[in-house]
Design a protein. Structure first.
Length: 400
């Protein structure tokens, strides 16, 4: 059969990250690669109780088709937990926050549309936007987020800027209060919409991050959230909060995709969230992840001494970002690290433009403290051997 692909399908490519991570599936690998929450944090008993409650109280409705907007009590719960005045009518329940990115792309992007992103940015967003054929443009960024002057310089004709202010994936950085105020003001002055993605915002370690950008200019921001990191990713349950002017089109786009997010899942989460369950549960996640972050920083400080490796100390979330010495390509380094039973994510695929080949992302949430110590020691030894090879090649080139 001669299947003729649509032009957009012909331009789709496999996930670079997924292809890279295939080499990490070998038994015995300590993975510091995947963006998976720790399964130790999944409230299994709470869901078992909620499942029984939902089926017993209203099983027929829980197994029936439902409203595309989402389960009304869950939409109200989302509105209530956000730190600004949100009308539940602005909340759209999505099948994971990744669907929210897909809906945004379908509603806001035409082929060739300029879309601004951080440097680097979330790879999953680039993939969600990709089928709509945008022109992604990187905005210069530092440890506090996007640099305002460069954002202003590139804002003309951009459809929106996509930002992750809290514990960003992949870098783990957090936008400061001062930077948020400046970004919000600059975007409003430039009439530049913001798409704010906040899957990690509740995973802070010592203090909560500043108010979201959406709280500063609700009419200028589409806000995305997720239950994957605070409850469980297998639920595939997220949400978006949209200005009333754009909400109907996002709803129509969702109706064309899946009619509605599974109502049984929505009702279960609504039941679990009663009696302020998240207020009791999320602190246990923060405590676990903080211990593991501290263990990774300690191991990197110890094992990478003298190797000119730069890394940050994220204030929350799941990821740490590192830059290795000049001459190292982490895509090349990965399979050599896997031979020593440790895996990481190369950083270059997270850039909309030219990636930095020396960068890598490390996740500290699924490995134990003992595994983190073993993995970082193995990674350091792999790096020492690679630096020796790079030095030999440079010496040989100088002698030609």
């Amino acid at each position: 059969m001669n299947w003729k692909l649509a032009a957009r399908a012909a331009k789709m490519n496999p996930s670079v990250l997924r292809e890279i991570l295939k080499v990490t599936e070998r038994p015995g690998i300590i993975s510091l690669a995947g963006g998976l929450p720790s399964p130790k944090t999944f409230p299994i008993q709470a869901f078992a109780d909620a499942c029984a409650e939902v089926l017993h109280n209203d099983g027929q409705a829980a197994l029936q088709y439902a409203a595309s907007e989402g389960y009304a009590p869950l939409r109200q719960a989302v509105a209530d937990m956000l730190p600004w005045n949100v009308d539940p009518a602005q909340v759209l329940i999505t099948t994971g926050s990744q669907q929210g990115l897909d809906l945004v792309a379908k509603v806001l992007i035409d082929p060739g549309s300029k879309v601004l992103v951080e440097t680097p940015t979330y790879l999953g967003a680039l993939q969600a936007f990709g089928p709509m054929e945008p022109n992604p443009v990187s905005v210069a960024s530092d440890e506090d987020g996007v640099i305002v002057d460069d954002l202003v310089a590139k804002a003309r004709d951009a459809r929106f800027v996509y930002l992750l202010p809290n514990f960003q994936n992949p870098t783990g950085r957090t936008m400061t209060e001062e930077r948020r105020a400046a970004v919000s003001a600059a975007a409003a002055a430039a009439n530049l919409p913001i798409v704010e993605d906040n899957p990690y915002g509740e995973l802070w370690f010592d203090e909560a991050p500043p108010l979201p950008l959406a709280a500063r200019n609700p009419d200028g921001v589409i806000y995305l959230g997720s239950f994957s990191k605070v409850l469980a990713p297998g639920l595939r349950l997220g949400f978006l909060v949209a200005p009333k002017a754009i909400y109907p089109k996002l709803l129509q786009a969702k109706q064309a995709v899946d009619l509605h997010t599974p109502i049984f899942t929505q009702r279960m989460v609504s039941a679990v969230m009663k009696d302020k369950f998240l207020d009791r549960h999320v602190p246990t996640i923060r405590a676990l992840y903080k211990r593991q972050r501290d263990a990774m920083i300690a191991a990197l400080t110890r094992e990478m001494a003298g190797l000119d490796v730069k890394f940050n100390a994220p204030k929350g979330g799941m990821f740490l970002w590192a830059r290795l010495p000049e001459g190292i390509d982490t895509v090349t380094l990965l399979p050599k690290a896997v031979e020593r039973n440790v895996a990481f994510v190369p950083g270059a695929p997270f850039y909309a433009g030219q990636g930095d080949p020396r960068t890598l992302r490390l996740s500290f949430v699924t490995a134990s403290v003992e595994e983190i110590d073993i993995a970082i020691a193995a990674l350091a030894q792999t790096l020492r051997e690679e630096l020796a090879l790079v030095g030999d090649k440079q010496l040989a080139a100088a002698q030609i």
